[in-house]
Design a protein around this ligand. Structure first.
Ligand code: ADP
Ligand code: MG
Length: 323
């Protein structure tokens, strides 16, 4: 009984991909991707350039057809019933070109009328979505004055017009300057905090960690990691730690550090600073710190250099690049 319930939840999930594959000529861009995104989750679809992220997203939004497998949104097959499947989603696939002489309000009015929205609906929704992307003060300015980041936020506003239950964003911060990236991330975070379901691709792990609850790592058209950012960060085994001591560490200290259980590598990176590669996750980190203090080393700072998820990410990408 339980299994039946679970299956129907999976099938009706906002995103459900089964054995999805794509060939461009003889080149396999996507092998056989299985991926489900549950209601209310924000998934970071992570992978280096060429991993197959856009290919997946284009199949999900019916811009291209898969070579095999199927994609469904809210239980509706994208190829069989594209209109119905796409009715509940908003998507920003490539930054759309806006007419520079129009304002956001005019642009949204145009987009809304194309979708058959009533003027009253349009007025309300337009105000609401501009607020969501923090463009209220710019509502009547010409888009030609806008930065790339502002245009991207307008694109997100446009995708929110129909109050979608699922938002699909393909590399929403790519090509933006640091400030533009931060502003777009803020907008996505606040959408996530409202409990919206988000499927966002990115090649930046840091961005995914900042914005998303879950992560799926893709490389060479294959899924390498799938899980929650929290669990994966906790579970990833090795981490890099930088420790600073009150007095400079002697060669004997370094040797002693290297023999501590869990310490895999020690490198002096300054007079009183060492970099340690430690196994055993967060517990391992805590044990090593304890042991250092136990040996009379006066530790003043002890901080992760890269998250353990970063380590896991790099390891898996390297492994799959080697194959
Ligand atoms: N229309 C196409 N024709 C041929 N090869 C393509 C086409 N689109 C993408 N590719 C190739 O498929 C692979 C995956 O591309 P893509 O899905 O765009 O990756 P990502 O979005 O992760 O960077 C890349 O090697 C890319 O060069
Ligand atoms: Mg892409």
């Amino acid at each position: 009984m339980e299994a039946v319930v679970e299956q129907s939840i999976t099938r009706d999930a906002p995103v459900h991909l089964e054995g999805l594959g794509k060939e461009y000529g003889h080149f396999t861009a996507l092998k056989a991707l299985d991926l489900t995104v549950a209601q209310g989750t924000s998934l970071g679809f992570l992978g280096p350039n060429g991993a197959g992220k856009s290919t997946t997203i284009k199949i999900m939004t019916n811009l291209i057809r898969p070579s095999r497998g199927r994609a469904s949104l809210f239980g509706i097959d994208v190829r069989r019933e594209p209109t119905r499947a796409l009715a509940r989603i908003g998507a920003v696939i490539e930054t759309p070109e806006f007419y520079g002489y129009l304002s956001p309000v005019e642009t949204l009015a145009y987009a809304g009328r194309l979708r058959g929205m009533s003027s009253k609906d349009l007025h309300n929704r337009s105000e609401a979505v501009l607020k969501e992307v923090k463009l209220t003060d710019w509502a009547d300015h010409r888009i030609q004055e806008f930065s790339k980041g502002m245009k991207q936020r307008l694109a997100i506003a446009q995708s929110l017009l129909n109050e979608p239950d699922l938002l699909i964003l393909d590399e929403p911060t790519s090509g933006l300057d640091p400030r533009g990236m931060a502003e777009v991330r803020d907008v996505i975070k606040s959408l996530k905090d409202q409990g919206r379901t988000i499927f966002m691709s990115s090649h930046l792990l840091g961005e995914v960690q900042e914005v998303c609850d879950d992560v799926a790592l893709l490389n060479h058209g294959e899924l390498l990691i799938r899980g929650s950012v929290r669990e994966l960060s906790r579970g990833a085994d090795t981490s890099l730690i930088q420790a600073t001591f009150l007095l400079s560490a002697t060669p004997q200290d370094l040797e002693a550090l290297a023999t501590l259980p869990g310490v895999e590598e020690v490198k002096a990176s300054g007079d009183s600073t060492v970099d340690l590669r430690i196994s055993g996750g967060e517990e391992g980190q805590a044990r090593v710190l304890e042991a250092m203090i136990g040996r009379g080393l006066k530790v003043i700072t002890y901080r992760p250099l890269g998250s353990s998820l970063e380590q896991l990410y790099l390891d898996r990408i390297q492994e799959s690049d080697r194959l």
